[in-house]
Ligand binder design. Structure first.
Ligand code: ADP
Ligand code: MG
Length: 364
């Protein structure tokens, strides 16, 4: 498994006055690490992955795989896909339906000079890793979608690629299979020990599979961090919204020290103690991002202040309840753990946000 290093990657399709599909993207994946690119449709995930594969020629920047420069348009360097030694798994199952699992997995080894015994050993190992040991002799048509995708995975792992590239590999599966394979994928990739670049628009998939997640928007990489950092310290409003639910409350900074500020909210007589960007000053306008699990609902006033609210609606979800609470004119989202809802629509209550759990952005 190799390091992947991307610097200032740019890909333009056609006219230079159009926004590039990939716009000045830089990141490095350590050997054996799994990085997931996450973002809405059209943000440039596939184009980034295809550039690594050599299926697109970048118009700017460089790509290094295991220290070897494989793309550098300025210096006219471009290594063909078949010479990059990468594994690829796509949305559609690129398998031969009438061959057996074993034959499919062995296929990429046919044109490599590898002895029969060694081929068998490699094939067996790849089939074991994806958990299809019992299906070795079956024709692939007899398998479920999830199993076919495991075959595709085994086939891309069998020649020990330097990097594994996966483009929305679960999106053609039904919901149940998708969850099962999602949970297994990380284990499979880690067992294989291969460096992986994985692309998806599904936030929960990214969190389960990734060591680090890169959030993309309009061709740009906005933030690349582990899931916990992304969720708790998003770099901007887009990342905050894309990595989880929440409410944005507008306000004005009263005091600030050591990255923490007291923010007076606009619509209600309430101040939140929140983390803020380093360049925040008193008087600044900010948006405070509040995750629903950080909104506490209380039946009585608190000494340290609270906001009066009224339950607009609720959704019971079995192990938790999601509430929409009206605080003045503002709708605040809240989730509360428990198998029984504590409140009903129309109930009045008090909303409290504990200090220092929120994160604020500069309002523009
Ligand atoms: P994602 O995988 O995040 O959905 P893509 O990388 O497929 O996004 O696409 C990024 C942008 O590049 C989109 O605006 C898309 O329309 C454009 N694009 C992708 N492939 C081509 C192509 N072959 N020719 C022209 N435009 C393309
Ligand atoms: Mg795509």
């Amino acid at each position: 498994s190799a390091e992947l290093r991307i610097r200032n990657l740019e890909k333009r399709f056609g006219a230079t006055n159009l926004r590039p599909a990939v716009d000045d993207v830089s990141f490095t994946i350590a050997p054996g690490e799994i990085v997931v690119l996450l973002g809405p449709s059209g943000c440039g995930k596939t184009t980034t992955l295809r550039s690594v594969a050599g299926l697109e020629k970048p118009t700017g920047g460089t790509i290094d795989i295991g220290g070897e420069r494989v793309a550098d348009p300025v210096n006219k360097r471009f290594v063909l896909p078949q010479h990059r030694n990468l594994g690829m798994v796509f949305q559609s199952y690129a398998v031969w339906p009438h061959m057996t699992v074993e034959q499919n997995v062995a296929y990429p080894l046919r044109h490599r000079r590898i002895g029969k015994e060694q081929t068998k050993r490699k094939v067996d190992e790849a089939i074991e890793i994806v958990g299809l040991g019992a299906y070795r002799e079956r024709p692939v048509v007899a398998l479920s979608g999830g199993q076919m995708q495991r075959v595709a995975l085994a086939r891309s792992l069998v020649y020990r690629p330097r990097i594994l590239l996966l483009d929305e590999p679960l999106s053609n599966l039904d919901a149940k299979l998708r969850l099962r394979l999602r949970d297994d994928l990380r284990t499979i990739i880690k067992d294989a020990g291969v460096t992986a670049l994985y692309v998806t628009h599904d936030q929960s998939e990214a969190v389960v599979i990734a060591d680090r997640i890169g959030v993309m928007k309009d061709g740009k990489l906005l933030q690349l961090d582990d899931a916990i950092t992304l969720y708790n310290s998003p770099a901007d409003v887009f990342v905050a919204n894309f990595t989880g639910a929440g409410t944005l409350l507008a306000g004005r900074v009263e005091r600030v020290a050591h990255g923490m500020a007291l923010v007076q909210l606009d619509d209600v007589p309430y101040s939140v103690r929140t983390r803020v960007p380093d360049d925040t000053a008193p008087g600044d306008r900010v948006l405070v991002s509040v995750r629903p699990e950080n909104v506490h609902l209380e039946t009585e006033r608190r000494e340290d202040g609270e906001m009066a609210g009224i339950v607009k609606s609720l959704q019971y979800e079995g192990t938790q309840t999601a509430y929409r609470i009206m605080v003045g004119d503002k709708e605040v989202h809240c989730t509360e753990l428990g198998t029984r809802p504590r409140f009903a629509p129309g109930d009045t209550l008090f909303v409290w946000i504990p200090p220092e759990v929120c994160w604020a952005f500069h309002a523009r």
